[in-house]
Design a protein around this ligand. Structure first.
Ligand SMILES: NC(=O)c1ccc[n+]([C@@H]2O[C@H](COP(=O)([O-])OP(=O)(O)OC[C@H]3O[C@@H](n4cnc5c(N)ncnc54)[C@H](O)[C@@H]3O)[C@@H](O)[C@H]2O)c1
Ligand SMILES: [Zn+2]
Length: 374
């Protein structure tokens, strides 16, 4: 397929949003170029790095050193790791720290971490002084292929996930694939589900390539950069077509309607990570499509085989502690999607790589399908 990047030569994906366009710079070791790239975009800026305790242990020094080498002074704000940091309390702490560090419109916020840090720091950047520039330095596979691109920022409310937030695009994304070498294997696998999702929703050739090359992606070979760049290109294309998420950006939710219900029923806990729930959700979505005669059963089995091969959960029985009954799962899906006259909106497929929005899936069909699966 596409040419692989040579070591040391980053792949640059542009998110073409006119005045708000930005580059995603992807490669092994590109964190070292953070300082010079920031200095080129914002001469004389000072920076505040927002990160979490785990990421800071491994990667904060390198980020600070890169900034210092370009004469950019920086302070850091370190939050506890985990979803709990997407809270009003952490948001307040980060905003106060940015204000105390005198980060102003000419300055910069740097989000160094996974999706939690990216969402939290991005929202603080969107809010303090009505909008500060920020740079994403994603450190999980999920953040590198998904949350660092597209400008969705936010925190959780007691009423649900991501209910408080803003669209605020970064000015630069530095995606250093070597940072993933310290990521726990389970987190890496969970992020991989989102990589596979891009193939499954829109690029059959990419999915075939993943089936052949996934081991090299996990091992940190050149396939890793290619997989991340391909994912970012696809996400960027959706974001450019549909920045405010009113139209076909919804296709990115393949596997997520089932997935969110599983995730919520496991209490958004360590029992089932987001990407694991998405893997399970995609297997369900393909199996649901096979049941409706949209795709051959063998196609659904192929998806399941690949996700199982990398070690992702593909059966409801793979979830430790089990899942609740059908009534609760249906309730969660209906909450998520708002049922209109007994109809749910789902992302379905005509084939691997050909997803579409189906606004009229009957809740009764979904219930009957789940009854077979449980
Ligand atoms: N904004 C968006 O468009 C978008 C899209 C998808 C998901 N999200 C959000 O992203 C969040 C999940 O992100 P995540 O999966 O990256 O989780 P995360 O940020 O919690 O990171 C997972 C764990 O890995 C640790 N970690 C991160 N990088 C590491 C590294 N390089 N080495 C060692 N440990 C490391 C973290 O400390 C954390 O414990 C959710 O809150 C979700 O809502 C946002
Ligand atoms: Zn997702």
């Amino acid at each position: 397929m596409t040419m692989l990047s040579r070591m040391g030569e980053p792949i640059v994906v542009n998110v073409a949003l006119g005045a708000r366009a930005y580059d995603i710079v992807i490669g092994r070791g590109v964190l070292a170029s953070l300082g010079t790239r920031v200095a080129a975009l914002k001469p004389d800026a000072k920076a505040a790095i927002v990160t979490d305790e785990s990421v800071s242990r491994y990667h904060l020094k390198a980020a600070e050193a890169s900034l210092a080498s370009a004469n950019i002074s920086s302070t850091s704000v370190i939050v506890p790791p985990g979803e709990g940091s997407k809270s009003i309390a952490s948001f307040e702490r980060v905003c106060d720290a940015l204000i105390a560090a005198k980060i102003e419109r000419g300055d910069l916020v740097i989000a160094l971490g996974g999706g939690v840090v990216g969402d939290l720091a991005g929202f603080a950047a969107a809010s303090v002084r009505r909008g500060l520039d920020y740079v994403q330095v994603p450190t999980t596979l999920l953040a590198q292929v998904d949350s660092s691109v597209g400008g969705k920022t936010g925190i959780n409310s007691r009423h649900g996930k991501n209910l408080i937030g803003a669209f605020h695009q970064p000015i630069l994304v530095i995606t250093d694939t070597a940072l993933l070498d310290t990521l726990p294997a389970r987190e890496f696998r969970a992020g991989y589900a989102e990589v596979a999702k891009y193939g499954l929703l829109g690029d059959a050739a990419f999915f075939s390539w993943l089936e052949a090359n996934w081991k090299d992606i996990f091992a940190g070979g050149p396939a890793r950069e290619h997989a991340i760049a391909t994912s970012c290109r696809m996400k960027a294309a959706f974001v450019v077509r549909d920045e405010g998420e009113t139209g076909d950006r919804a296709l990115l939710n393949l596997g997520h309607t089932f997935g969110h219900a599983f995730e919520a029923s496991a209490g958004f806990s360590n029992r089932l990570l987001h990407g694991e729930a998405v893997a399970l959700g995609m297997v369900m979505a393909f199996s649901f499509c096979a049941r409706r005669g949209l795709i051959p059963v063998a196609e659904a089995e192929r998806v399941e085989r690949h996700l199982a091969a990398v070690g992702l959960p593909t059966h409801l029985s793979d979830v430790s502690g089990g899942l609740p009954g059908i009534d609760r799962l249906m309730e969660l899906m209906e909450q998520d999607k708002k049922v209109k006259r007994g109809k749910l909106t789902f992302i379905l497929v005509r084939a691997i790589g050909q997803a579409f929005v189906a606004p009229d899936v009957s809740a009764a069909d979904v219930r009957a399908f789940l009854a077979e699966k449980i």
